[in-house]
Design a protein around this ligand. Structure first.
Ligand code: 5AD
Ligand code: SF4
Length: 463
């Protein structure tokens, strides 16, 4: 929906440019793409050159360490660009979006008065109107409340797909309040989009040539959207419906919570060939004591049981996780329990972090903070184990025949590159016209960050 007053912007004769800087999670990437979609009808074209942009958007992340300081340092750089453009006779509008905008709000305008717009993750559908307000010289604008209307109702359908894979946000926010996490404060409470809106967006993306959709949500497997039949649909039912879209060959979802990993979703991994055998299921810790302190709502053995069920349903499923070391009160024995869980489950990849206190969260108030040196040592030990498991996983794919969705040209001439179902980067020597297609590949070599192989033709492996 576009405010009619905005004709002011579209009637400008000169082309207007937009530059978006995105930090943080995939949901921020999705949000940035939607902001581009919102501004496109107003005549804004994306540029990779910040110096060329009439509007600069910094989409921020607040999840860990020094987030706020990082934003102010980047804003210092953007101010120089704004000043330089001013000398050349051009105005530049700076907007700070995302979770730091939500958390810091007014403070951003106080410390960086050259910022024109501060908008939280739930208000970016109002960006065109906010730009107009600034253009009318009503001063800078701040929108960080959690509005009653859903931003999703105001977003235009995507008009361009960036490639053959796309993100699609289906759920947002979180009501779980893990002790360490800022998300419930920055993204607000849990909300699921209606099924029909998701199907429409997915169909549109597939019409634009997308072959793989990653469904996004802070608690994506807690999805409970209103179905076209009037009932509430869960993620398994949504995935089943999406799997009937012609041309959509791969479906993924992230990020999941172990508490919401119900049997219907596990069965979907058995029954839906397009549901990729790869699951990012953060466990954070392998110690029951720490899991309790984190308010995760499950034990380490309950996590192991879920993994066992998943492996039974889909024997080739590859697992990924997030870990935090040094949560307040974490002892050496607690840490050893995490190492044991990693050894028991084995991960194809994982992300691990040192605990960093987040303002406003319960763990930040604990007096049992773990010393920085201790956190460093634990992180190194855990990462060494996770690295070994990742290398082992990649090496185990050598000699296997795996479907690869080719998405772009490779680094070297004559190469094309894509992803395995397990999210590994794979390249082969093959014709560029295979980009956008899924083909069987014999994996031949495991390199540091990727795999290489050869196309399998009906008559055998290509040279
Ligand atoms: N400190 C360290 N890591 C954190 N994460 C979230 N909050 C914190 C924090 N305060 C990690 C969790 C989460 C991932 C997205 O970021 O592992 O799953
Ligand atoms: Fe944060 Fe926990 Fe919610 Fe995940 S489930 S977004 S870690 S509060």
């Amino acid at each position: 929906m576009v405010d009619s007053d905005l004709s002011y912007i579209t009637t400008q004769t000169n082309q207007r440019y937009l530059h978006v800087i995105t930090w943080g999670c995939q949901m921020n990437v999705y949000d940035s793409n939607r902001m581009v979609d919102l501004l496109r009808p107003l005549g804004y074209k994306v540029t990779n050159e910040a110096e060329q942009a009439d509007v600069l958007v910094l989409n921020t992340c607040h999840i860990r360490d020094k987030a706020t300081e990082k934003v102010f340092s980047e804003l210092g750089r953007l101010k120089q660009i704004k000043d330089y453009r001013k000398e050349q006779g051009h105005n530049t509008l700076i907007a700070v979006a995302g979770c730091v905008a939500q958390a810091e709000g007014k403070m951003i305008l106080q410390r960086a008065p050259y910022v024109d717009i501060v908008l939280g993750p739930q208000t970016y559908h109002r960006l065109p109107k906010m730009i107009l307000d600034v253009a009318r010289k009503t001063g800078n604008v701040i929108e960080t409340d959690f509005p009653v209307e859903s931003k999703f109702d105001f977003l235009p359908a995507p008009e361009e797909a960036a490639g053959y894979t796309a993100f699609l946000t289906i759920q947002e926010g979180c009501d779980k309040f893990c002790s360490f996490c800022v998300v419930p404060y920055t993204r607000g409470s849990e909300e699921s989009r209606p099924v029909q809106a998701i199907l429409d967006e997915a169909n549109r993306l597939c019409d634009l040539g997308v072959k793989e959709i990653s469904l996004l949500g802070q608690n994506v497997n807690a999805y409970h959207g209103q179905g076209p039949d009037g009932n509430t649909w869960n993620l398994a039912k949504l995935a089943e419906k999406l799997s009937t879209i012609p041309g959509l060959s791969r479906i993924r979802y992230t990020t999941s919570h172990p508490r919401d990993m119900d049997d219907s979703l596990i069965d979907a991994h058995r029954d839906l060939p397009s549901l990729m055998p790869f699951l990012h299921l953060p466990v954070q810790s392998g110690s029951d004591r720490v899991l309790k302190a984190m308010n995760r709502g499950h034990t380490a053995d309950e996590y192991r049981k879920i993994i066992d069920k998943l492996k039974k349903a889909r024997p080739d499923i590859a697992l990924s996780s997030d870990f935090i070391v040094g949560h307040p009160g974490e002892s050496i024995d607690d840490f050893k329990a995490t190492m044991q869980l990693v050894k028991d489950v084995t991960f194809a990849q994982a992300f691990s972090f040192k605990y960093s206190p987040r303002p406003g969260t319960s763990a930040a108030l604990s007096s049992y903070q773990v010393a920085e040196e201790e956190k460093n040592e634990r992180l190194q030990e855990l990462q060494a184990l996770l690295r070994d498991q990742q290398t082992q996983f990649n090496q185990n794919t050598v000699g296997r025949q795996i479907p690869i969705l080719f998405t772009n040209t490779g680094r070297k001439n004559g190469q094309i590159a894509g992803k395995s179902p397990y999210l590994q980067a794979v390249h082969v020597n093959a014709d560029e016209n295979l980009i956008g297609q899924e083909r069987m590949v014999l994996v031949e070599e495991c390199l540091t960050n990727s795999l290489s192989g050869s196309l399998i033709h009906k008559e055998g492996v290509s040279s």
